[in-house]
Design a protein around this ligand. Sequence first.
Ligand code: HEM
Length: 178
Amino acid sequence: MKGIVFTEFFDMIEQEFGYEMVDTLLNESELPSGGTYTAVGTYSHIEMVNLLVTLNHKTEVPIPHLLQAFGRYLFQRFTKTYSHLINKAPDAFTLLGSIHNYIHVEVRKLYPDAELPHFDIEQPNDNTLIMHYSSGRSMGDLAYGLIEGAMKHYGEKATITQELLSEDGSRIKFVIVK
Ligand code: HEM
């Protein structure tokens, strides 16, 4: 997982809980890399999981909620740092439908070693988008928060339901209805 994901995560933690929590997470989590993240470095996604476990112990907020909140925060950050990619899409479904074939393709050009999920897209009608997520990192809750962030960015309301297609969370079907 790219360092940029970790640096954004710590920025969110500092905003939400203050710098002491950043310090606590760094000191009390199992972090084989040593916990000094640079934006272009690459680290095991297990370190993110370990940071979430510590944050869950400290705050008692369930891990899926923490990861969804991070997804919403991250999308809002992407609207600043990757505005050139997001501005090409006129609405949320166009953006969400283009993640796999465009946005993450551009991300890979910037970071050749990025570990990106796979999305298959179906749009059965104007109001419904179906996203089939698959990834060995099982970060569906992050995807959920990113989808929420995208809907909010475009000022669109939708209900998002998720169906687990494999027990380990590596395959999830998201149905987004406007
Ligand atoms: C402009 C918009 C976006 C940009 C620039 C972007 C970029 C990235 C980057 C840099 C990573 C980290 C790769 C790594 O750590 O190696 C990532 C991972 C990820 N992205 Fe995107 N992304 C965008 C939109 C989205 C959206 C809207 C979704 C939700 C459907 C999404 C789903 C994910 C997920 C779930 C991961 C975690 C890795 C995994 O599950 O395997 N992304 N993305």
